[in-house]
Design a protein. Structure first.
Length: 219
């Protein structure tokens, strides 16, 4: 028989189920310990603070929502891979009642919670988003889309843009629709890829020409 999952994995599974059922705002130490069928002391042994608990659960939920198969597929042009990855951070659309996709809902859930819980949820979501974007850009840098030294700034810039677009779309009476947000994000990703291409072309044009081989001399 397979070995039972570890206690930490059990806690995360219970917390994930609770978050999916009742929302991330329900992730308190007491609620998760009850969901997992363990004591608060046992939970705190694995997650000493609520920040660590919420951060781990939100990070897991975020990464579950992000499919990196296309980003890692070297048969796809690097620019298209970047666009595919970036657009996963935005919902396809809002439904008729204004509901949001699960990843997008982290922001609405956080903003409707207490200030402390807001910080915990957004911190977990943003940390996971930055880590994933840096990973993707690191892979794309290996494939020549950008220089490795530009990964940190490019990642920070894209995530900042995406966060701003999400908050703008959540703001009542904002003229920015989800379609607008996705178009702006795609344009930014295409621009990043295009700037990298132009930089490589300029660098190549400035390289000294290779000396031509001389033919044999005839007397």
């Amino acid at each position: 028989m397979p070995a039972p999952p570890g206690r930490r994995a059990q806690i995360l599974a219970a917390a994930r189920a609770l978050a999916l059922r009742e929302g991330v705002s329900a992730l308190t130490v007491r609620a998760v310990s009850t969901e997992a069928g363990i004591g608060v002391g046992t939970l705190r042994h694995h997650f000493p603070t609520q920040r660590e608990l919420v951060g781990a659960v939100v990070a897991q939920l975020v990464t579950e929502e992000l499919d990196e198969s296309v980003v890692l597929d070297r048969a796809v042009p690097p620019g298209d891979r970047l666009v595919h990855g970036v657009l996963q951070f935005l919902p396809d659309s809002l439904d008729e009642t204004g509901g949001l996709d699960r990843w997008f809902a982290f922001y609405t859930a956080a903003l409707s919670s207490s200030p402390e819980h807001t910080r915990l949820v957004l911190s977990g979501a943003v940390t996971a988003a930055h880590e994933r974007m840096r990973r993707w850009l690191g892979v794309l840098a290996e494939d020549g889309l950008l220089d490795a030294g530009d990964v940190e700034d490019a990642s920070a810039g894209l995530i900042a843009l995406l966060n701003g677009l999400m908050l703008e779309a959540l703001t009542p009476a904002s003229p920015v629709t989800t379609a607008d947000a996705r178009r702006i994000a795609e344009r930014a990703a295409r621009a990043l890829a295009g700037n990298a291409d132009r930089a490589r072309t300029a660098q190549a044009s400035q390289a000294p020409p290779h000396p031509q081989a001389k033919g044999p001399l005839h007397g």
